[in-house]
Design a protein around this ligand. Structure first.
Ligand code: HEM
Ligand code: HEM
Length: 201
């Protein structure tokens, strides 16, 4: 019998991800790939004309906070819902590799927005959520800004490596057509059986 491969709950293992998990996964995958690219690119934006670079940094921070909230929803959803077990024939090392990869992805998904927010909260500029300045939480600190900035940078490289492994694994499963990828995609509506078609006439 299948038991869930990454089971944080005691409920029986489902056969596919729920619609909410699929939608959150797709929105976050697109959002996080964009955010990683934006973070790497924005360092090359010049400081003139005034406001250009700050505008892109503000955009990155605002999108990062939105993603952080979605990640919180996803993590809570995951803690209360079992994920489907991998196919019975899956070798043990692949089950462990998937578990470690997913745990790393979740750890990075939490560490990225938290470290980004904390790093920015220790600068002398207020963090703006789009155009809305957030209240200052504590005094500026060059040391703490550097600590959280370093965590943000190092975690971003671990995250990019884990995402690369994850996407390669998904492509490998897609080529094998072993059903692992389809359970994270919207289900196609079942074909109408011929008998039911006849009933219409
Ligand atoms: C949601 C997930 C996030 C991802 C995937 C992400 C990704 C990145 C990446 C790849 C970089 C470039 C590497 C680096 O210079 O550190 C970066 C830089 C940066 N991020 Fe984020 N980020 C996220 C959230 C945030 C948040 C919420 C904030 C602040 C509220 C933030 C503030 C910054 C800042 C200020 C930099 C520039 C660091 C510097 O130049 O020293 N990030 N981010
Ligand atoms: C930044 C990008 C991405 C992140 C952070 C991410 C994160 C995750 C996480 C954490 C899981 C585990 C779900 C759980 O059990 O709770 C997962 C599952 C999955 N992801 Fe992604 N993902 C990303 C992009 C992608 C892409 C681009 C694809 C397809 C090419 C993909 C395909 C899958 C599949 C098929 C599963 C199900 C694996 C299984 O059932 O064991 N992911 N993803």
């Amino acid at each position: 019998m299948n038991t869930s491969s990454q089971d944080f709950t005691t409920t029986p293992s489902p056969s596919r991800y729920t619609t909410i998990a699929i939608v959150l996964h797709a929105v976050l995958a697109i959002g996080l790939l964009y955010q990683l690219g934006l973070g790497l690119w924005m360092d090359s934006v010049p400081k003139t004309p005034p406001g250009l670079r700050a505008g892109w940094f503000n955009w990155h921070k605002s999108i990062g906070m939105v993603l952080g909230l979605l990640i919180l929803v996803r993590a809570l959803w995951r803690l209360t819902h079992a994920s489907p077990a991998l196919p019975d024939a899956t070798p043990r090392w692949q089950i462990h590799a998937a578990r470690w990869n997913h745990a790393t992805l979740y750890a990075c998904m939490i560490a990225m927005p938290v470290s980004g927010f904390l790093g920015s909260s220790f600068t002398k500029y207020p963090i703006k959520f789009f155009d809305f300045p957030l209240p200052r939480l504590w005094e500026a600190s060059t040391e703490l800004k550097a600590v959280f900035g370093s965590i943000h940078t190092v975690t971003s490289y671990v995250f990019m490596a884990a995402v690369a492994v994850h996407i390669l694994a998904a492509v490998w499963h897609a080529l094998r057509r072993d059903g692992v990828v389809s359970r994270m995609l919207p289900q196609r509506s079942p074909a109408v059986p011929p008998a039911a078609e006849d009933d219409v006439h």
